[in-house]
Design a binder for this molecule. Structure first.
Ligand SMILES: [Zn+2]
Length: 342
Protein backbone atom coordinates (compact mmCIF):
# COMPACT_ATOMS: atom_id res chain seq x y z
CA UNK A 1 0.00 0.00 0.00
CA UNK A 2 2.76 2.36 1.04
CA UNK A 3 4.68 1.29 -2.07
CA UNK A 4 1.77 2.09 -4.34
CA UNK A 5 1.44 5.50 -2.76
CA UNK A 6 5.08 6.26 -3.49
CA UNK A 7 4.91 5.01 -7.06
CA UNK A 8 1.90 7.27 -7.63
CA UNK A 9 3.69 10.12 -5.96
CA UNK A 10 6.74 9.57 -8.16
CA UNK A 11 4.66 9.47 -11.35
CA UNK A 12 2.88 12.71 -10.48
CA UNK A 13 6.24 14.30 -9.73
CA UNK A 14 7.81 13.24 -13.02
CA UNK A 15 4.80 14.55 -14.98
CA UNK A 16 5.02 17.76 -13.04
CA UNK A 17 8.67 18.33 -13.95
CA UNK A 18 7.82 17.89 -17.62
CA UNK A 19 5.07 20.49 -17.34
CA UNK A 20 7.46 22.84 -15.56
CA UNK A 21 9.89 22.90 -18.50
CA UNK A 22 7.57 25.01 -20.66
CA UNK A 23 6.52 28.22 -18.94
CA UNK A 24 3.44 30.03 -20.21
CA UNK A 25 4.74 33.46 -19.19
CA UNK A 26 7.89 33.62 -21.29
CA UNK A 27 6.15 32.00 -24.28
CA UNK A 28 3.83 35.03 -24.45
CA UNK A 29 4.77 37.17 -27.51
CA UNK A 30 3.97 40.42 -25.66
CA UNK A 31 6.47 39.50 -22.94
CA UNK A 32 9.11 38.51 -25.50
CA UNK A 33 8.67 41.75 -27.40
CA UNK A 34 8.95 43.74 -24.16
CA UNK A 35 12.24 42.01 -23.19
CA UNK A 36 13.72 42.36 -26.69
CA UNK A 37 12.89 46.06 -26.78
CA UNK A 38 14.18 46.62 -23.24
CA UNK A 39 17.52 44.97 -24.03
CA UNK A 40 17.97 47.42 -26.89
CA UNK A 41 16.70 50.62 -25.30
CA UNK A 42 17.38 49.81 -21.63
CA UNK A 43 13.86 50.89 -20.67
CA UNK A 44 10.49 49.34 -19.83
CA UNK A 45 7.92 52.12 -20.06
CA UNK A 46 9.25 54.97 -17.93
CA UNK A 47 11.77 52.80 -16.06
CA UNK A 48 15.35 52.69 -17.40
CA UNK A 49 18.23 50.55 -16.14
CA UNK A 50 21.86 51.71 -15.92
CA UNK A 51 23.06 48.12 -16.60
CA UNK A 52 21.70 48.30 -20.12
CA UNK A 53 23.91 51.15 -21.39
CA UNK A 54 25.66 49.44 -24.28
CA UNK A 55 26.92 50.96 -27.51
CA UNK A 56 25.96 49.28 -30.78
CA UNK A 57 29.13 47.11 -30.84
CA UNK A 58 28.30 45.68 -27.44
CA UNK A 59 30.78 47.67 -25.32
CA UNK A 60 29.60 49.79 -22.43
CA UNK A 61 29.62 53.47 -23.24
CA UNK A 62 30.66 54.66 -19.81
CA UNK A 63 33.05 53.61 -17.03
CA UNK A 64 36.86 53.46 -16.80
CA UNK A 65 38.86 51.01 -18.98
CA UNK A 66 39.50 48.49 -16.19
CA UNK A 67 35.76 48.10 -15.67
CA UNK A 68 35.32 47.13 -19.32
CA UNK A 69 36.94 43.69 -19.01
CA UNK A 70 34.96 40.83 -20.59
CA UNK A 71 33.90 39.41 -17.23
CA UNK A 72 32.42 42.70 -16.14
CA UNK A 73 30.79 43.04 -19.53
CA UNK A 74 29.13 39.67 -19.18
CA UNK A 75 27.93 40.53 -15.69
CA UNK A 76 26.50 43.79 -16.95
CA UNK A 77 24.72 42.08 -19.82
CA UNK A 78 23.33 39.58 -17.37
CA UNK A 79 22.13 42.35 -15.05
CA UNK A 80 20.47 44.08 -17.97
CA UNK A 81 18.66 40.90 -19.04
CA UNK A 82 17.58 40.18 -15.46
CA UNK A 83 16.20 43.70 -14.92
CA UNK A 84 14.40 43.64 -18.28
CA UNK A 85 12.85 40.24 -17.63
CA UNK A 86 11.77 41.23 -14.13
CA UNK A 87 10.08 44.50 -15.09
CA UNK A 88 8.49 43.08 -18.25
CA UNK A 89 7.14 40.27 -16.08
CA UNK A 90 5.66 42.73 -13.55
CA UNK A 91 4.05 44.70 -16.39
CA UNK A 92 2.62 41.59 -18.02
CA UNK A 93 1.29 40.32 -14.68
CA UNK A 94 -0.40 43.67 -14.04
CA UNK A 95 -2.09 43.47 -17.45
CA UNK A 96 -3.12 39.87 -16.87
CA UNK A 97 -4.57 40.77 -13.47
CA UNK A 98 -6.58 43.62 -15.03
CA UNK A 99 -8.14 41.04 -17.37
CA UNK A 100 -8.87 38.76 -14.42
CA UNK A 101 -6.21 36.14 -15.29
CA UNK A 102 -4.15 34.36 -12.62
CA UNK A 103 -0.34 34.38 -12.47
CA UNK A 104 1.73 32.25 -14.89
CA UNK A 105 5.33 31.08 -14.71
CA UNK A 106 8.27 32.83 -16.39
CA UNK A 107 11.39 30.81 -17.22
CA UNK A 108 10.18 28.03 -14.94
CA UNK A 109 9.49 30.31 -11.96
CA UNK A 110 6.45 32.04 -10.51
CA UNK A 111 6.35 35.86 -10.66
CA UNK A 112 7.93 36.78 -7.32
CA UNK A 113 8.26 40.32 -6.00
CA UNK A 114 11.81 41.30 -5.14
CA UNK A 115 12.61 42.80 -1.74
CA UNK A 116 15.89 44.76 -1.63
CA UNK A 117 16.98 42.86 -4.74
CA UNK A 118 16.23 39.48 -3.09
CA UNK A 119 14.28 37.34 -5.55
CA UNK A 120 12.37 35.05 -3.18
CA UNK A 121 12.52 36.63 0.31
CA UNK A 122 10.25 34.04 1.99
CA UNK A 123 12.34 31.10 0.77
CA UNK A 124 15.53 32.90 1.84
CA UNK A 125 14.15 33.54 5.34
CA UNK A 126 12.98 29.93 5.75
CA UNK A 127 16.30 28.58 4.45
CA UNK A 128 18.14 30.75 6.99
CA UNK A 129 15.85 29.46 9.77
CA UNK A 130 16.51 25.86 8.68
CA UNK A 131 20.23 26.59 8.89
CA UNK A 132 19.80 28.09 12.37
CA UNK A 133 17.78 25.09 13.62
CA UNK A 134 20.42 22.70 12.22
CA UNK A 135 23.16 24.68 13.97
CA UNK A 136 21.25 24.63 17.26
CA UNK A 137 20.52 20.91 16.88
CA UNK A 138 24.09 20.02 16.05
CA UNK A 139 25.51 22.19 18.86
CA UNK A 140 23.20 20.68 21.49
CA UNK A 141 24.10 17.19 20.19
CA UNK A 142 27.81 18.05 20.51
CA UNK A 143 27.36 19.36 24.08
CA UNK A 144 25.34 16.29 25.06
CA UNK A 145 27.87 13.87 23.61
CA UNK A 146 31.06 15.38 25.03
CA UNK A 147 29.95 17.25 28.17
CA UNK A 148 26.82 15.57 29.55
CA UNK A 149 27.10 11.86 28.73
CA UNK A 150 29.87 9.75 30.31
CA UNK A 151 33.01 9.34 28.16
CA UNK A 152 35.32 6.38 27.73
CA UNK A 153 38.74 6.44 29.37
CA UNK A 154 40.34 7.72 26.17
CA UNK A 155 37.88 10.69 26.27
CA UNK A 156 35.89 9.32 23.34
CA UNK A 157 32.11 9.10 23.36
CA UNK A 158 30.42 5.70 23.75
CA UNK A 159 27.93 6.53 20.99
CA UNK A 160 29.21 4.99 17.75
CA UNK A 161 27.45 7.29 15.28
CA UNK A 162 28.75 10.63 16.61
CA UNK A 163 31.13 11.39 13.73
CA UNK A 164 28.49 10.44 11.17
CA UNK A 165 26.04 12.95 12.69
CA UNK A 166 28.72 15.67 12.90
CA UNK A 167 29.33 15.30 9.15
CA UNK A 168 25.56 15.29 8.62
CA UNK A 169 25.27 18.59 10.52
CA UNK A 170 27.97 20.20 8.35
CA UNK A 171 26.46 18.97 5.06
CA UNK A 172 22.98 20.13 6.13
CA UNK A 173 24.15 23.61 7.13
CA UNK A 174 26.11 23.90 3.87
CA UNK A 175 23.04 22.90 1.90
CA UNK A 176 20.74 25.46 3.59
CA UNK A 177 23.36 28.18 3.19
CA UNK A 178 23.44 27.67 -0.59
CA UNK A 179 19.65 27.37 -0.66
CA UNK A 180 19.42 30.86 0.90
CA UNK A 181 21.98 32.20 -1.59
CA UNK A 182 20.20 30.63 -4.57
CA UNK A 183 16.79 31.98 -3.57
CA UNK A 184 18.36 35.44 -3.10
CA UNK A 185 19.77 35.49 -6.59
CA UNK A 186 19.24 32.84 -9.20
CA UNK A 187 22.25 32.66 -11.52
CA UNK A 188 23.94 29.66 -13.12
CA UNK A 189 26.61 29.41 -10.38
CA UNK A 190 24.28 29.72 -7.36
CA UNK A 191 21.84 27.28 -8.94
CA UNK A 192 24.55 24.64 -9.42
CA UNK A 193 25.88 25.15 -5.89
CA UNK A 194 22.38 24.77 -4.44
CA UNK A 195 21.56 21.66 -6.48
CA UNK A 196 24.94 20.05 -5.78
CA UNK A 197 24.71 20.65 -2.01
CA UNK A 198 21.15 19.32 -1.93
CA UNK A 199 22.17 16.14 -3.80
CA UNK A 200 25.12 15.69 -1.42
CA UNK A 201 22.78 16.05 1.57
CA UNK A 202 20.16 13.61 0.26
CA UNK A 203 22.85 11.08 -0.72
CA UNK A 204 24.67 11.32 2.60
CA UNK A 205 21.44 11.02 4.60
CA UNK A 206 20.65 7.82 2.72
CA UNK A 207 24.03 6.36 3.71
CA UNK A 208 23.40 7.43 7.29
CA UNK A 209 19.90 5.89 7.29
CA UNK A 210 21.35 2.53 6.19
CA UNK A 211 24.29 2.61 8.64
CA UNK A 212 22.15 3.57 11.65
CA UNK A 213 19.08 1.42 11.02
CA UNK A 214 21.12 -1.70 10.25
CA UNK A 215 23.49 -0.87 13.15
CA UNK A 216 26.57 -1.05 10.92
CA UNK A 217 29.42 -0.40 13.35
CA UNK A 218 32.32 -2.17 11.68
CA UNK A 219 34.58 0.23 9.79
CA UNK A 220 35.07 -2.07 6.78
CA UNK A 221 31.34 -2.76 6.47
CA UNK A 222 30.60 0.96 6.63
CA UNK A 223 33.01 1.58 3.75
CA UNK A 224 31.39 -1.23 1.76
CA UNK A 225 27.96 0.42 2.14
CA UNK A 226 29.11 4.01 1.65
CA UNK A 227 31.54 3.58 -1.28
CA UNK A 228 29.06 2.73 -4.07
CA UNK A 229 26.60 5.40 -2.93
CA UNK A 230 29.35 8.02 -2.61
CA UNK A 231 30.63 7.10 -6.07
CA UNK A 232 27.14 7.45 -7.54
CA UNK A 233 26.43 10.78 -5.81
CA UNK A 234 29.83 12.19 -6.85
CA UNK A 235 29.27 11.14 -10.46
CA UNK A 236 25.82 12.69 -10.42
CA UNK A 237 27.15 16.00 -9.02
CA UNK A 238 29.89 16.08 -11.71
CA UNK A 239 27.24 15.30 -14.33
CA UNK A 240 24.88 18.14 -13.39
CA UNK A 241 27.76 20.63 -13.01
CA UNK A 242 29.91 19.87 -16.03
CA UNK A 243 27.74 17.97 -18.47
CA UNK A 244 24.07 18.86 -18.27
CA UNK A 245 21.79 20.18 -15.53
CA UNK A 246 18.87 17.94 -16.40
CA UNK A 247 16.11 18.97 -13.97
CA UNK A 248 13.90 15.95 -14.60
CA UNK A 249 16.72 13.47 -14.10
CA UNK A 250 18.05 15.30 -11.05
CA UNK A 251 14.56 15.30 -9.52
CA UNK A 252 14.26 11.54 -10.10
CA UNK A 253 17.63 10.88 -8.45
CA UNK A 254 16.73 13.03 -5.42
CA UNK A 255 13.21 11.63 -5.02
CA UNK A 256 14.40 8.01 -5.24
CA UNK A 257 17.12 8.59 -2.63
CA UNK A 258 14.75 10.57 -0.37
CA UNK A 259 11.94 8.00 -0.59
CA UNK A 260 14.42 5.16 0.01
CA UNK A 261 15.60 6.70 3.27
CA UNK A 262 12.07 7.52 4.43
CA UNK A 263 11.11 3.88 3.83
CA UNK A 264 14.21 2.66 5.69
CA UNK A 265 13.52 4.88 8.70
CA UNK A 266 9.81 3.97 8.65
CA UNK A 267 10.53 0.22 8.58
CA UNK A 268 13.08 0.61 11.34
CA UNK A 269 10.64 2.64 13.45
CA UNK A 270 8.09 -0.12 12.86
CA UNK A 271 10.24 -3.00 14.10
CA UNK A 272 12.62 -1.47 16.63
CA UNK A 273 11.84 -0.83 20.29
CA UNK A 274 13.65 2.50 20.31
CA UNK A 275 12.09 4.71 23.03
CA UNK A 276 11.99 7.73 20.66
CA UNK A 277 10.64 5.97 17.59
CA UNK A 278 7.55 8.20 17.64
CA UNK A 279 9.84 11.10 16.68
CA UNK A 280 10.96 9.09 13.66
CA UNK A 281 7.31 8.59 12.71
CA UNK A 282 6.61 12.31 13.00
CA UNK A 283 9.57 13.17 10.77
CA UNK A 284 8.81 10.44 8.20
CA UNK A 285 5.08 11.25 7.93
CA UNK A 286 5.70 15.01 8.15
CA UNK A 287 8.49 14.81 5.55
CA UNK A 288 6.23 12.82 3.20
CA UNK A 289 3.36 15.30 3.60
CA UNK A 290 5.73 18.24 3.16
CA UNK A 291 6.80 16.76 -0.18
CA UNK A 292 3.17 17.04 -1.31
CA UNK A 293 3.65 20.81 -1.23
CA UNK A 294 6.16 20.40 -4.06
CA UNK A 295 3.45 18.57 -6.04
CA UNK A 296 0.67 21.04 -5.27
CA UNK A 297 2.73 23.84 -6.76
CA UNK A 298 0.61 26.99 -6.22
CA UNK A 299 1.65 30.55 -7.20
CA UNK A 300 3.07 32.94 -4.59
CA UNK A 301 0.49 34.60 -2.36
CA UNK A 302 0.79 38.40 -2.88
CA UNK A 303 3.95 37.61 -4.85
CA UNK A 304 5.78 36.25 -1.80
CA UNK A 305 4.89 32.85 -0.28
CA UNK A 306 4.55 29.96 -2.75
CA UNK A 307 4.41 26.18 -2.26
CA UNK A 308 8.21 25.87 -2.38
CA UNK A 309 8.65 28.49 0.37
CA UNK A 310 6.04 26.70 2.52
CA UNK A 311 7.90 23.46 1.92
CA UNK A 312 11.05 25.09 3.32
CA UNK A 313 8.96 26.35 6.27
CA UNK A 314 7.63 22.87 7.17
CA UNK A 315 11.13 21.40 7.39
CA UNK A 316 11.99 23.84 10.23
CA UNK A 317 9.95 22.09 12.99
CA UNK A 318 10.78 18.68 11.47
CA UNK A 319 14.50 19.47 11.72
CA UNK A 320 14.03 20.40 15.38
CA UNK A 321 12.34 17.05 16.12
CA UNK A 322 14.96 15.24 14.04
CA UNK A 323 17.91 16.55 16.08
CA UNK A 324 15.95 15.80 19.23
CA UNK A 325 15.68 12.18 18.00
CA UNK A 326 19.43 12.12 17.32
CA UNK A 327 20.13 13.29 20.90
CA UNK A 328 17.75 10.66 22.29
CA UNK A 329 19.50 8.04 20.19
CA UNK A 330 22.89 9.05 21.61
CA UNK A 331 21.52 8.77 25.17
CA UNK A 332 19.77 5.47 24.46
CA UNK A 333 22.80 3.81 22.85
CA UNK A 334 25.17 5.13 25.52
CA UNK A 335 23.03 3.80 28.40
CA UNK A 336 22.70 0.43 26.62
CA UNK A 337 26.47 0.17 26.20
CA UNK A 338 27.04 1.11 29.83
CA UNK A 339 24.52 -1.52 30.98
CA UNK A 340 26.32 -4.14 28.91
CA UNK A 341 29.70 -3.09 30.33
CA UNK A 342 28.50 -3.57 33.93
ZN1 LIG B 1 14.45 25.92 -2.31
Amino acid sequence: MVDRYWIGFFLVLSCLTQVLDASAGDADPAYRACVAQCEQTGCVGQRCFPHCKFSSDGFPIDGPWYMQEPLYLRWKQWDCQSDCRYHCMLDREKEREAFGHGPVKYHGKWPFRRVYGIQEPASVAFSALNLAVHFHGWLSFFVLLYYKLPLKQDKKAYYEYGTLWHIYGCISMNSWFWSAVFHSRDVDLTEKLDYSSAVALVGYSLILAILRSFSVKDEAARVMVAAPLLAFVTTHILFINFYKLDYGWNMKVCVIMAVAQLLIWASWAGISSHPSRWKLWVVVVGGGLAMLLEIYDFPPYKGFVDAHALWHATTIPLTYIWWSFIRDDAEFCTSNLLKKAK
